[in-house]
Design a protein around this ligand. Structure first.
Ligand code: ZN
Length: 656
């Protein structure tokens, strides 16, 4: 644990709130302190109101903001006098608490204040910092955690036994803290939850947080509980072919398709292969608010029905004592620990699966350190249930909001670095799908800055490269729902009388053979698509209306067209749909440079403009037009359609 405080950087921040932003970001940048929206901070500022009357305002982290990237507008100003009055109530429901926070903030447009706002208010210090520091939790979550905390910190901290976050915790602290705090108090430990530090300045509060966490780390090291057991080297290969079926089962349990992300690095494999995994991973999360992301327990192995049954039991056991009327969440796990596959995390999108993976990576370190220290001991099921099912989380279930049509789904697109393929990737990403883009061009890798995008340089005529790409698809996203066969080559015109075997074979290999391989190898994945597999073939106007000099191209596309029709017949039993688009004259692709375009226009004695729109509708066809239709063909609009062949050509006399 190192202090990141930089006096010259801090000097750029002249007022109290801006310093609050600065040190909050320092805390947020260290995942060993807070993870993905965890933790919160505040500052109390006296300022005049509209009538010149001075009042004290608590600026506290607003919900929805992450400490790592928070800005001044991420802090919600709430009137201190009202917060202190609330703290004196005997009871306050979560919903009413949020209502009170909302109605006593001084900027209406500010986000809803953190549910810990009252807790921040009752701590009598200008700056208050709260983290879920890994090393502290590793110590509190042991059978004699409180004694150890005493041993490390002596009288420097106030220790609060576990109380559910929210009003009850604020109330407990409001009562206990004044009794137990003294001049030398620099922080507060919430058992099984996290750490607070405070100070008169941002620097003091931050420095105290760092030094408190450092003391926890030093203690863990002194107890030989810091270094984790040396990790074995995992086997290089693993059979990932079972992942899509597992993803399908999980999607059914969740009620909609999910992304399933596999992590197999040494520290994860080592944990997954521990003999005592059921005792260690079978207790609960490191800190209660992780339950919202990770659920209380991971699935160990692959017996999903056993897990969902146990989850129903857990719900039925605790629901009657719940703090309010509760509705069961889906019974699917969010983390799966498997001896062979490693850690799999699921999310409605890739970002969520990654966040959960991050959280569990920290969790498994915390668990193992606590185990070395004296035994890992998580909170009881009931305590975790109350956080998982607290009113505010339940309220979110009923919030309107339509998910993207391809949320949790995965599309693979060939030839995705440019033109129609790239536009297809964009259309799929825009509809919420994760996308695997394949292309010969190395630029495919960084094509989209999106966690749901994976670009793989790949020669689709290379069987091994294709199989590796599908392996990456399984490992990164869990399976495949939609396949867009777009890659193709169109060599320059050549009459049949001069067409070499070599050119013919080359065109056939890319436009036909590679697509057969990809279809065949993708079939086991598409079969397991939760919403049924879909394939879109980017064909060509040349299928219904071939042109002279394009024998190899036209024949390859016509054969591919026939292949697609057979696939429609054979795979309908698996619910897989396959439809073809026949675009024509799409000029914003890699094939058409300005020079080629000009040459063709001149050849026909036309202006470029006229050449681009030589179709019945006199309209220009763009990659985007083809891609949008390709994406829609995979959507619900076409759910009853397979083996369709749709022209995207502005109308062509030879086709109609
Ligand atoms: Zn907390």
């Amino acid at each position: 644990m190192h202090s990141l405080w930089d006096d010259s950087a801090a000097a750029q921040h002249s007022d109290d709130l801006s310093l609050r932003v600065y040190s909050s970001r320092l805390l947020g940048s260290d995942p060993a302190l807070v993870l993905h929206g965890g933790g919160n901070t505040s500052v109390k500022i006296r300022q005049p109101d509209l009538f010149g009357q001075e009042e004290e305002i608590l600026y506290v982290k607003g919900s929805g903001w992450d400490l790592a990237s928070i800005q001044a507008e991420g802090f919600t100003p709430v009137r201190m006098d009202h917060l202190l009055k609330l703290a004196s109530l005997d009871r306050l429901s979560d919903m009413e608490m949020v209502n009170q926070l909302k109605t006593h903030q001084t900027i209406a447009a500010a986000p809803t204040a953190s549910v810990e706002a009252i807790l921040h208010a009752v701590l009598p210090y200008k700056y208050v910092d709260h983290t879920h520091a890994d090393s502290l939790i590793a110590i509190t979550n042991t059978p004699d955690g409180e004694a150890r905390i005493r041993e490390i910190y002596g009288n420097d901290l106030v220790i609060i036994p576990y109380v559910m976050p929210g009003f009850d915790l604020a109330r407990e602290v409001a009562e206990r803290f004044p009794r137990e705090a003294h001049q030398g108090t620099i922080g507060m430990v919430l058992m099984n939850h996290g750490l607070f530090s405070f100070g008169a300045t941002a620097k003091e509060s931050y420095a105290r947080m760092i030094s408190l966490v450092e003391r926890a780390e030093v203690y863990l090291k002194s107890q030989n509980a810091w270094d984790l057991p040396a990790a074995p080297t995992p086997p290089v290969t693993v059979d990932t072919t079972a992942i899509p079926a597992l993803r399908k089962q999980l999607s059914t349990a969740v009620g909609s398709p999910v992304i399933l992300k596999c992590c197999r690095d040494a520290s994860i494999m080592n944990f997954c292969r521990r003999q005592d995994l059921p005792e260690l991973a079978g207790q609960g999360p490191a800190t209660p608010d992780h339950v919202i992301r990770t659920k209380r327990l991971p699935l160990l192995g692959r017996n999903l029905s056993e897990y969902t049954e146990a989850y129903r039991d857990y719900f039925e056991t605790h629901a009657p004592q719940a703090r309010s009327q509760v509705q069961m969440l889906d019974p699917a796990p969010r983390v799966i620990l498997d001896r062979e596959l490693g850690m799999l995390t699921l999310g409605k999108n890739t970002r969520e699966a990654e966040v959960i993976a991050d959280i569990y990576r920290h969790t498994l370190e915390i668990i193992q350190r606590a185990d070395r220290l004296g035994g890992w001991q998580a909170l009881l099921g009931k305590e975790i249930f109350d956080v998982e099912y607290w009113e505010l989380e339940q309220a979110k279930l009923h919030r309107p909001g339509k998910p993207s049509i391809f949320q949790g789904e995965v599309a693979l697109i060939t030839g995705a670095a440019s033109g129609i393929g790239r536009a297809c990737a964009e259309a799929m990403l825009n509809r919420g799908a994760a996308v695997v883009g394949l292309d010969l061009q190395p630029t495919i890798e960084g094509l989209f800055d999106d966690p749901g995008y994976l670009g793989i340089p790949c020669d689709i005529t290379d069987a091994q490269a294709l199989s590796q790409a599908l392996e990456q698809t399984r490992l990164n996203f869990g399976g495949l729902d939609m396949l867009v066969l777009n890659a193709g080559v169109f060599p320059g015109g050549c009459p049949v009388s001069e067409l070499s075997d070599n050119e013919w074979t080359q065109v056939m290999q890319v436009n036909l053979d590679a697509n057969l391989s990809l279809l065949r190898e993708s079939h086991p994945l598409l079969k397991e698509a939760p919403n049924k597999g879909r394939v879109v073939v980017i064909g060509s106007k040349n299928v219904p209306a071939p042109g002279i000099g394009a024998a190899a191209y036209s024949a390859s596309k016509a054969a591919l067209n026939q292949l697609a029709r057979i696939v429609a017949l054979e795979w309908a039993a698996d619910g897989i749909r396959i439809n073809s688009l026949h675009p024509d004259a799409v000029f914003d692709t890699g094939l058409w440079s300005d020079k080629v375009l000009e040459a063709r226009a001149t050849h026909y004695g036309m202006s470029i403009e006229a050449y681009k729109t030589r179709n019945l509708l006199k309209t220009e066809i763009h990659s985007h037009d083809v891609a949008e239709l390709a994406a829609e063909l995979c959507g619900p609009l076409f759910s009853k359609t397979t083996a369709a062949q749709i022209p995207v050509d502005g109308g062509n006399e030879r086709v109609v």
